[in-house]
Ligand binder design. Structure first.
Ligand SMILES: O=C(O)CCC(=O)C(=O)O
Length: 385
């Protein structure tokens, strides 16, 4: 009986895979998006009045040239201080920024784009070999290939992804006995580059907060089993972009996120209640503050809501590296960041407990950090929007 149930579930998963759905819609075998992909009007609505349109046009995410921060650069200390201050201001005011001249080779990023596209173009049956059995590997719940997501937040995102912690080859070996080095090598090299860059940026933000440079970066030392995750995302073109979202409004639970998007666009950041486009900049990476960094900085750096729109005609691809501490790591603002003027906004929490809480409410909007908010310290935020 159990076997029948399992195979039926596998069959249902297969037919509800996003790529199969996309094909069924294209050839008009089905005419409507399945209900779980139809997001409520309030969430997909672009709440921009005509008056606000000009204001929005004036808002543009900071683009920061970080060439002077290169690891072994002995460059101009004044330039380093200026760029560090720009990063800090972006973390405070936007929680998001783009960086250029970050040192990750263009050839590597181009190769990653080609290989990730090739992977997603494989038949569904092949990609599905890289699925973890989450009954056996509970810690891998959001890892592996997934083309039929559960309701991750309010509804189901219009996307498929390929994700894990650690070696890319662990996943690619589930499909190819030799691990397909043409695919796995550049993907591995890319996230390792993002990891090094992320540690560098965390050193910059630690110093800007008045902490010891390695305050955050030491959480990612070789011997530490941190929870960082890499993910390659594919958002297929969708005939009803008015009804669905590629990824619903959420903030990231982790410390720092590094993201590469292609030229299609669709990522939006919430600022002063409005959705602002993160305009693609060739070669740039997008960096954003996660909930753990907001809590650790005692609310000085902001983890902001973002979402991804679908495109009617073009598939969109992105690659993301979410830097997260170990599950047994206590997240909490150090004493240097708390005083009478800056009362403690969040109670300290274990990162693993926070992840569990986040999974239980499934990434809904920006409410997750309410888990640790001390309302008595923030009377103005007692009813979060
Ligand atoms: O693909 C994107 O642009 C955004 C992805 C994202 O928000 C996420 O992975 O949390």
């Amino acid at each position: 009986m159990a076997i029948v149930d399992q195979s039926q579930a596998a069959l249902r998963d297969h037919y509800e895979n996003i790529i199969i759905l996309q094909a069924l819609l294209r050839n008009s075998t089905i005419v409507d998006l399945p209900e779980r992909y139809v997001w409520t009007q309030a969430l997909r609505h672009n709440s921009t009045s005509s008056n606000a349109a000009q204001e929005l046009a004036d808002l543009a995410l900071p683009i920061i040239d970080i060439s002077c921060l290169a690891e072994n650069d002995s460059g101009d200390p004044a330039a380093k201080r200026r760029v560090s201050a720009e990063i800090s201001a972006a973390c405070e005011q936007w929680g998001f920024f783009q960086i250029v001249n970050h040192g990750i080779p263009k050839e590597l990023m181009d190769d990653v784009d080609v290989q990730a596209r090739k992977f997603f173009a494989l038949p569904v049956e092949i990609k599905e070999k890289a699925k973890y059995d989450v009954n056996l590997k509970k810690d891998k719940a959001v890892c592996g290939y997934n083309g039929r997501l559960p309701r991750l937040s309010y509804n189901t995102p219009w996307m498929e992804y390929f994700s894990d912690r650690g070696e890319v080859e662990t996943l690619t070996r589930m499909i190819w006995p030799d691990g397909n080095p043409t695919l796995s090598k550049p993907l591995q090299e890319f996230w390792e580059n993002l990891h090094r860059l992320g540690k560098r940026l965390l050193e910059v933000v630690a110093v800007e907060l008045g902490l010891e440079a390695r305050f955050f970066s030491q959480l990612f030392d070789e011997n530490i089993y941190h929870r960082s995750t890499w993910r390659y995302n594919h958002y297929p073109a969708c005939p009803r972009p008015d009804l669905t979202l590629a990824m619903g409004p959420h903030s990231d639970p982790n410390l720092l996120t590094l993201l590469r998007q292609d030229a299609v666009g669709g990522l939006q950041v919430k600022r002063a209640g409005k959705w602002v486009d993160v305009t693609p900049v060739p070669g740039a990476l997008i960096i954003n503050v996660g909930d753990a960094l907001e809590a650790w900085s005692n609310g000085r750096f902001k983890s902001v809501e973002h979402r991804v729109l679908v495109n009617e005609h073009r598939d969109r691809f992105s690659a993301v590296y979410l830097m997260a501490p170990a599950e047994n790591q206590i997240v909490g603002a150090p004493p240097q960041l708390i005083d009478e003027e800056h009362p403690s906004l969040y109670r300290p929490f274990l990162y693993g407990d926070y992840m569990e809480h986040m999974m239980s409410i499934r990434l809904a909007g920006k409410n997750c950090l309410d888990y640790a908010r001390r309302y008595e310290a923030t009377p103005q935020q007692a009813t979060p929007s």
